[in-house]
Ligand binder design. Sequence first.
Ligand code: TXA
Ligand code: MG
Length: 337
Amino acid sequence: MDTTNRVAPTAKTPALILEPDEYSMAKAVLSLHQGLLVAFPTETVYGLGADACDEKAVASIFAAKGRPSHNPLIIHVKDLATAQRYGHFDELALKLAEHFWPGPLTLVVPRLEGAGLSPLVSAGLATIALRGPANKVARLLLEGFEGPVAAPSANRSGLLSPTEAEHVEEMLGDQVSLILDDGACERGIESTIIGFERGSAIVLRSGSLPVEQIEAVSGIKMQAADTASSPDKITAPGQLSSHYAPNAQLRLEATSAGEEELMLAFGPDAPKGRPGVNLSPTGDLVEAATNLYAYLHLLDDTGVETIAVMPIPDKGLGVAINDRLRRAAALRPDDEE
Ligand code: TXA
Ligand code: MG
């Protein structure tokens, strides 16, 4: 047998990119068992997965992303029963998980000790972020692996989240052993993160699940993280102001684009005649959320210096879209003197 082309699947060899089938799913499960990194689709964005009980594998997530180790990861599980092995769900958390899982909702709950999770995974916090994703391939992976899978978004730290396998390959192609390619993510924007404090619920990150829907089911008003009254309030480091940034500068609330700019338009009133893309020509916020990262990647890849972004209504999914746009427009740490 000719073995000249056979290379051990170390982290430094280019990633295999495979569409989901029986072979690739079996390979993905085995790779997780071997302590390797596997990028996989979720309904929100692609995740960079590792066995959440394997300290070395979890450490390699932080290394691959260039992510500071004080920023904890989300643990993905196949169902609520698995989640309850690792975190304590009170009545309100249970209600939300039962209603919205599988789906784009992450719940931050008290961490149960002695359950075998890597200490690194929640960065030394007493809480843990858990989510049961809805994407079929993610679910097959979690059912095949059975255990908990730690998975942040599969981008380099501080850069745009990936909504297509190609985005993962561009940023982390030499760091992962396998990328499961399921095409474009259905929702295109990260999960909504909810934390709990003394009977109230706090929005730690707005996301794919509009807060209004969570309020309707829970019957209580969600608090914004920065207005939470508690002095020891919990925060998601993803709230750092310059997360989700493209290389280009963003000019928000633009009604037209200058000579040197490309336009990120929204709705039927987009100015004609300037090159660019429209997040949703009909003004549909769900469509705009799905397209947001993919279109930012697209415009950014042209090397343009400034992207002119039209205003987006601040309701429903528009809240999460505007949150990401504001962060993308903020100064990066590298830009500061
Ligand atoms: O849609 C998503 O949530 C995607 C897909 C892959 O599931 N994942 C994702 O993960 O966006 P990541 O790591 O990029 O963002 C997770 C956020 C971070 O801002 C982190 O600080 C926060 O969750 N987080 C994790 N554990 C936490 C905890 N115990 N307390 C507060 N925030 C936490
Ligand atoms: Mg992320």
